[in-house]
Design a protein around this ligand. Structure first.
Ligand SMILES: [Zn+2]
Length: 244
């Protein structure tokens, strides 16, 4: 494990591209960081690979219905964070491991369009799930792996998707990657001052029970635990990678 370090929000250069698997991943794991990046005037693009369209245990609901509900919740949460127009790639929830080839082309295209200095995504190798079983759910690791590969190898390589070049999208390599849901975080951002904003954004994910007081307590516990690791009240945790 590397040294744990309390980072400064100014260290995360914009533009910033955030790529996650499901509605609510962003708010829970890096919402407080994003609020502060937006407040600094940085350009933040949020991408959801699925619309969480299997996220229900109610047999009366269809995939279209739950997907539409969760997109609406995500838009409301994004508005609180100050992020405009979250992008939905609309792969089916739970199937990302099967759609990686198409997903890779889409993420490479986004990197070449947005040209982000910083990419925030899931840790492709988040440990064994002992700390957070959700981290090894294949939707999360598939997004992490595909985004990692896209940023390091494909987006900078002119022979990957040469049709992009013909459309005027030039090769590009981000300079920093911040990985969420890692078992081995080494970079922390203080979110103490904007805690209530983060919580308000999380609570917008009604269909997932995120409005419940027990969810508030769980979020509080995790963020306080992260804060305690670097001597602040509340923090969000990342594993920092510098593409070379
Ligand atoms: Zn998720």
């Amino acid at each position: 494990m590397g040294n744990l370090r309390l980072g400064n929000i100014h260290e995360i250069p914009g533009p910033v591209l955030v790529v996650t698997a499901h509605p609510d991943d962003i708010e829970i794991h890096c919402g407080g960081t994003i609020v502060q990046l937006v407040a600094q005037g940085k350009d933040v693009t949020c991408v959801l690979c699925t619309s969480g369209n299997r996220g229900t245990d109610n047999p009366a609901m269809t995939m279209d219905e739950i997907g539409a509900t969760r997109e609406k919740e995500q838009r409301a949460a994004s508005e609180i964070l100050g992020v405009k127009n979250p992008k939905f790639l609309r792969h089916d929830d739970g199937d990302l491991a099967f759609t990686m080839p198409q997903l890779r082309e889409e993420i490479v295209r986004l990197i070449r369009e947005v040209r982000p200095q910083s990419v925030i995504t899931h840790d492709p190798y988040p440990g064994n799930g002992g700390q957070d079983s959700c981290s090894i759910y294949p939707d999360h690791t598939s997004v992490g792996m595909t985004t990692f590969e896209s940023a390091y190898i494909c987006a900078p390589g002119s022979l990957f998707y040469p049709e992009h070049l013909r459309e005027g999208l030039l090769p590009f390599k981000p300079s920093k990657m911040y990985l969420i849901m890692s078992a081995d975080p080494d970079f922390f951002i203080d979110i103490t001052d904007i805690w209530q904003t983060k919580l308000a954004a999380i609570r917008k994910h009604n269909s997932q029970g995120r409005y419940k007081p027990e969810n508030d307590h769980e979020m509080e516990r995790i963020n306080k635990e992260n804060g305690g690791r670097v001597g602040v009240e509340r923090a969000e945790a990342f594993r920092l990678l510098l593409p070379t």
